[in-house]
Design a protein around this ligand. Structure first.
Ligand code: F6P
Length: 357
């Protein structure tokens, strides 16, 4: 009998999701003769009756899809099945309703593409069901445990690097300190990679405790050496300098980038401007690396279902696609290694991390 597998995207979108969906459906069809059903809007579509899902026709999934940003199935990061936000303002456990919806699709396996939070939720949702579940890691933050890469990170780094390439000439022309705030809810992977690739002078990440006075001293040193402009990258989660604790008067209202630009201009006397890159990092045409990773992950996820595996996540490790138990992924996160290659590289290039004079 022809098997049917489901695929859904959950959590924030990023570059490479469509390439992963395509790879799953093509591998299922060409490799095993299976049908793939796309679930719409993450798990939200499972609450509709009939369930909001569509059979994917392999003939519609040409390479053009792999080039597109976003996810054509839709996604959400606002619909925890166990604490679903209700119109009344309260929260309700709707996991049983979702599982009932899922059962109407008569699936033999489900592949969920998500970050650490989504994979945790999907794993718990699927636990009482008999449908095997396989996770695929995606997040521009690149902080999913036990994989060196998540889909979307490469694209976000490319965009943040391009932003620095664009900020440099305008900053230099006006002799300004240009502050770029990049995403990363809890980790500084995008910030440190873009800072190295984009030639920043300073990078502030949550993993390295920093102090404003060291950043100011570094910019002063650059000026004394004849430099008239500077590039500063700050991760949205970088927190605030120790000196901010009693600085209520200019406490950040709009995020760390604006706060930092204000403080730097006061402390150095230079004009400073902040750019908050925000969702621009998520929406682009995916890089070749993300398309490749997404394709390899999609194929491996289907192969795992074919091998009768469940409760595992595909991962990238040492230039190989591997798979790991989901229990070794959920509830953990992979932050930037303070002694790792990227931090050492940044320091060697003279980039200030704000933790020393
Ligand atoms: O986790 C991905 C991410 O883009 C984070 O970097 C960011 O903090 C968050 O999602 C933004 O979420 P939202 O799209 O809900 O604003």
């Amino acid at each position: 009998m022809t098997k049917r597998i489901g695929i859904l995207t959950s959590g924030g979108d990023c570059g490479g999701l469509n390439a992963a969906i395509r790879a799953v459906a093509l591998r299922a069809h060409h490799g095993y003769g299976w049908t793939t059903v796309g679930l719409r809007s993450g798990t939200h579509g499972l609450l509709d009756r009939p369930v909001d899902a569509v059979e994917l026709d392999p003939d519609d999934l040409d390479a053009a899809l792999a080039r597109q940003g976003g996810t054509f199935l839709g996604t959400t990061n606002r619909g925890d099945p166990f604490a679903f936000p209700m119109p009344s303002g309260g929260k309700k456990d709707r996991s049983a309703e979702m599982l009932k919806g899922l059962s109407t699709l008569k699936l033999d396996g489900l592949i969920g593409i998500g970050g650490d939070g989504s994979l945790d939720i999907l794993r718990r949702l699927m636990a009482p069901s008999k449908v095997p579940f396989i996770g695929v890691p995606k997040t521009i933050d690149n902080d999913v445990a036990n994989t060196e890469r998540a889909i979307g990170y490469s694209t976000a780094v490319a965009i943040a690097t391009e932003a620095l390439d664009r900020l440099h000439p305008t900053g230099a022309s006006h002799e300004r300190v240009m502050v770029l705030e990049v995403m990363g809810r809890d980790a500084g992977h995008i910030a440190i990679a873009a800072a190295i690739a984009g030639g920043a002078d300073v990078v502030l990440i949550p993993e390295v405790r920093w102090n404003l006075k060291h950043v100011v001293a570094h910019i002063d040193k650059l000026r004394r050496s004849g430099r008239t402009s500077a590039l500063v990258v700050v991760a949205e989660a970088a927190g605030h300098s120790d000196e901010a604790a009693d600085a209520d008067s200019d406490a950040p209202h709009h995020g760390i980038g604006e706060w930092l630009a204000l403080r730097l201009s006061k402390a150095t006397g230079a004009e400073a401007r902040a750019t908050v890159l925000g969702h621009v990092q998520r929406g682009a045409m995916p890089t070749a690396e993300d398309r490749l990773l997404a394709s390899a992950f999609g194929v491996r996820a289907v192969d795992l279902l074919a091998d009768g595996k469940a409760d595992r996540m595909v991962a990238w490790w040492n230039r190989q696609v591997i798979d790991v138990p989901l229990e070794k992924v959920v509830g953990r996160s992979r932050t930037v290694d303070r002694d790792g290659a990227l931090v050492r590289t940044a320091r060697a290039l003279g980039i200030c991390l704000g933790d020393r004079p």
